[in-house]
Design a binder for this molecule. Structure first.
Ligand SMILES: Nc1nc2c(c(=O)[nH]1)N[C@H]1C(S)=C(S)[C@@H](COP(=O)(O)O)O[C@H]1N2
Ligand SMILES: [Mo]
Length: 460
C-alpha cells in the first residue's frame, strides 16, 4: 500500500503524514540494523538492538548519543564499559563509586527511546521501548518525550510559579515555597493522544515501541494543585484554569477547575528524584488520566478564569474532527486501552511451548478491572491475571500463561475499566469517530504469530 493510502489526506494533515512516513522509515532502519553481522540476536525472542542498530538510532537522534566525548561509543547510552572478568569469583570486582556516585545501567542492556524523525530536532517525540519493560514503572531515562520547542535548562533557584486571575490573592511561588507545602506521591501514566496515530488505516509500524510507545508511567511527587488554589482563594465564578510552560513553545492549555481541585499535582519529582529536564524540570502539571498535552511542563503560570482560553493547542490542534464535520474539543480523558508487550511485533518465538503473555492496560477514567486475552483473533477470550496493586489512571501489568502449539495465532488484549468502558475494536472505533482525526486511537491491537514464530503487526 502506498503511503498516500496508508495516511490519506482526509485523516492526516501534511504535518502528521510527513511525521508518520518518517517514523516508518526510521523504524525499518533500526530493525535493519539488527540483521547486520555483529548481531547475536537474530534467533532470540526479544530481537534486541545490535550495537550497530543502536548507532543508527543514535545518529537519527542528531548525533546526540555520540556527543559528549564518548568517541569509542562502546557502552550503550546510560552505561559504562567495564572489564568483564572471565571468572568473577576469582578476582575482586570493580571499586565502589567508580562512576562518580550516580550509577549507570549494565553495559549489556541497550534499549533506548526512539525519536520521531520530525523535520526539526527541537519539536519532536521520543518513544518508550515498552517491549523490554517490566512491571509498570518506566525508567526515567526511557520515559517518552514530547517537546514543541526543545528542552529548556531552567535554574530552580530563579524559577517561579505565578497564580493569578479570578483569585482573592494572586501569588508567586518559588520552588522552595512549593516544597514546604504538604506533598503527595502517586503513580500515573501519561499518554500522548497522538499515540498510535500511524495505525488507523493499516498496520504500519512493526514494533510495540512504534505503535504504543507514547505512554509511560512514573511515580510523581508534588503539591496538590487544590492546595495552592485554596491558599489563593478561587472566586465563585471560576470555571477554568490556564497552565503555561516556560519553554520556547510557551505551551498553554485550559483545564476545568473541577479537575484542578480533584487530583491535579504540581509535580517536582519523578521516580524518587527531581523531574528529568525532559519531563519538565523543575515543575510540571500532572493531570492524571488526561491527554499528555495538558500536562504542562516547565510550568510557570496559572491563570484562573470563568471560561476556557481557546489556546492554539485546544483549537487548531488536539481536537478531533468528527464524521459530521463538527469537532470534539477538550477530549481530555484517555480512553481504556491495553497492549500485549510480549510477544509483540518484530520478535520471534524460538519454538512451540510455554510462554507467559504479558502487557499493559490503562484508563484515564479510573482503574482497570479486567483484561481479556485472545489467541485466535478475538473469537475466544480468557481472563488475564492483573498484577496488583491495581491503581487508577496508572499502567496495570497483566499476565496469562500460554502454550503455543506452533500453529498460526493472532494475539489480542481487551481492557475494561471501573466505569465499565470496554476497549473497542478498530472497526468499532472508526464507526464512532470516523476517518478524519488521528488522535485518541485506543483500539485492540493484534499481533500475528506465524508458524515460524515471527510476530507481526496486523489488523484482525
Ligand atoms: N511546556 C510544555 N509542556 C508540554 C509539552 C511541550 O511541548 N511544552 N508537550 C506536551 C505533550 S503534547 C505531551 S504528550 C506531554 C509529554 O510529556 P513527557 O515529555 O514528559 O512525556 O507533555 C506536554 N507538556
Ligand atoms: Mo502529546
Amino acid at each position: 500500500m502506498s503511503h498516500n493510502e496508508r495516511f490519506p489526506a482526509s485523516r492526516y494533515g501534511p504535518v502528521e503524514r510527513k511525521m508518520a512516513e518518517s517514523l516508518v522509515e526510521l523504524e525499518s532502519r533500526i530493525l535493519a540494523g539488527e540483521t547486520e553481522e555483529d548481531c547475536d540476536c537474530k534467533e532470540g525472542m526479544f530481537n534486541g538492538l545490535s550495537r550497530r542498530g543502536l548507532l543508527a538510532g543514535g545518529l537519527a537522534m542528531g548525533g546526540a548519543a555520540l556527543a559528549g566525548g564518548r568517541a569509542a561509543a562502546e557502552a550503550p547510552p546510560g552505561a559504562q564499559e567495564y572489564y568483564v572478568q572471565p571468572d568473577p569469583t576469582k578476582e575482586q570486582g570493580r571499586i565502589i563509586l567508580d562512576d562518580g556516585g550516580y550509577g549507570s545501567r549494565s553495559q549489556f542492556e541497550n534499549e533506548v527511546r526512539w525519536r520521531y524523525p520530525t523535520a526539526s530536532l527541537d519539536s519532536s517525540w521520543s518513544m518508550t521501548p515498552l517491549a523490554s519493560g517490566h512491571g509498570v514503572i518506566t525508567p526515567s531515562g526511557l520515559h517518552f518525550e514530547r517537546h514543541h520547542g526543545g528542552i529548556p535548562a531552567i535554574d530552580p533557584e530563579t524559577h517561579t510559579l505565578v497564580l493569578h486571575g479570578m483569585v482573592d490573592q494572586p501569588m508567586r511561588f518559588t520552588m522552595d515555597d512549593l516544597k514546604r507545602l504538604p506533598a503527595v506521591s502517586r503513580l500515573h501514566f501519561i499518554e500522548c493522544s497522538g499515540n498510535g496515530l500511524t495505525e488507523w488505516v493499516e498496520p504500519t509500524l512493526k514494533t510495540v515501541q512504534g505503535t504504543h510507545g507514547l505512554t509511560s508511567t512514573s511515580e510523581w511527587t508534588g503539591v496538590r494543585l487544590s492546595t495552592v488554589l485554596e491558599m489563593a482563594g478561587i472566586q465563585d465564578s471560576a470555571a477554568w484554569i490556564l497552565a503555561e510552560g516556560a519553554d520556547a513553545a510557551v505551551m498553554t492549555r485550559s483545564v476545568p477547575i473541577d479537575k484542578a481541585m480533584d487530583d491535579a499535582i504540581l509535580a517536582y519529582a519523578q521516580n524518587g528524584e527531581a523531574l528529568r529536564p525532559e519531563q519538565g524540570y523543575p515543575l510540571r502539571l500532572l493531570l492524571p488520566g488526561y491527554e499528555g498535552n495538558t500536562h504542562i511542563k516547565w510550568l510557570r503560570r496559572l491563570e484562573v478564569s470563568d471560561k476556557p482560553f481557546m489556546t492554539r493547542e485546544e483549537t487548531s490542534k488536539y481536537t478531533d474532527l468528527m464524521p459530521d464535520g463538527t469537532a470534539r474539543q477538550f477530549s481530555m480523558e484517555m480512553d481504556t486501552k491495553s497492549v500485549i508487550t510480549f510477544p509483540s511485533g518484530a520478535m520471534k518465538l524460538p519454538r512451540a511451548g510455554f510462554y507467559e503473555i504479558t502487557g499493559l492496560a490503562w484508563s484515564g477514567r479510573g482503574a482497570i478491572t479486567r483484561v481479556e486475552v485472545s489467541a485466535d483473533g478475538g473469537q475466544t477470550w480468557q481472563e488475564a491475571q492483573l498484577e496488583g496493586p491495581v491503581l487508577p489512571k496508572c499502567h496495570t501489568r497483566f499476565r496469562l500463561p500460554w502454550t503455543w502449539t506452533g500453529e498460526e495465532a493472532v494475539l489480542q488484549s481487551r481492557a475494561v475499566d471501573d466505569t465499565g468502558s470496554i476497549q473497542p475494536t478498530l472497526q468499532e472505533l472508526v464507526e464512532v469517530r470516523g476517518t478524519k482525526s488521528v488522535y485518541h486511537l485506543n483500539a485492540i491491537q493484534s499481533w500475528h504469530i506465524a508458524a515460524n514464530g515471527e510476530v507481526t503487526n496486523v489488523h484482525a
